[in-house]
Design a protein around this ligand. Structure first.
Ligand code: 5GP
Ligand code: MG
Ligand code: MG
Length: 189
């Protein structure tokens, strides 16, 4: 079976992804440039953010440190069980540091809603969310499910170099809406 035989369509090509990552890295390099603050800590949400984080940090023109957290909420399907649990804690001390929380996709928002208070409780001086995709429609009604560029279906397809839509016959359709996951601006909290 070829890698993309279950992919219905390509949402974002490898080149489009690279362009957007470069823009975000440039924005972060400007926003976090400081002579007085300690280097920011880039915290990736494993596993989905690993490729985005790897590409992003290599384009950030500032010293940063890197750590990962893991949050379980999706299992192997396409529907959240609704109760995110932190299953891998920070290794680094983020006290009095700016944290850039890197996510592959914000869907219902429950993962970042769980992680922001966690990072604040560790003493982060600020928490900014940098997500590659945002699915605002899913917060009211379901959307379709994307894979690739780190994102999985049943732990597969993370190694696709583009972001694609899985053929509906391979997962349970969530609704008939056709809103697309869109690239998302960084939000300060
Ligand atoms: P939230 O907690 O915001 O509902 O979900 C966040 C997590 O769900 C994401 O980090 C991602 O791992 C997973 N997720 C949400 N939508 C999709 C999707 O369309 N495709 C994939 N592969 N994962 C998704
Ligand atoms: Mg994720
Ligand atoms: Mg997943």
């Amino acid at each position: 079976m070829s890698l993309d035989s279950h992919i219905e369509s390509v949402l974002w090509t490898h080149d489009q992804i690279s362009d957007r990552v470069a823009q975000l890295a440039a924005q972060i390099s400007t926003d976090f440039d400081s002579d007085s603050a300690p280097p920011p800590v880039v915290v990736g949400v494993a596993t989905g953010a690993f490729l985005f984080l790897a590409d992003l940090v290599r384009k950030i023109q500032l010293p940063v440190s890197v750590d990962f957290v893991r949050v379980e909420s999706y299992g192997s399907g396409t529907e959240s069980n609704g109760a995110p649990v932190i299953s891998l804690n920070l290794k680094l001390d983020v006290k009095d540091k700016h944290v850039i929380l890197v996510e592959d996709i914000v869907d219902t928002g429950s993962t970042v809603s769980c992680l922001i208070p966690y990072l604040e409780s560790k003493g982060a001086s600020s928490v900014s969310v940098c997500t590659f995709l945002d699915k605002p429609s899913r917060r009211k009604c379901p959307d379709y499910f994307v894979v690739g560029y780190g994102m999985d279906f049943a732990e597969l397809y993370r190694n696709l170099p583009y972001i694609g839509v899985l053929k509906p016959e391979y997962y349970k359709p969530l609704s008939t809406t056709t809103n697309r996951a869109t690239p998302f601006e960084k939000n300060r909290h």
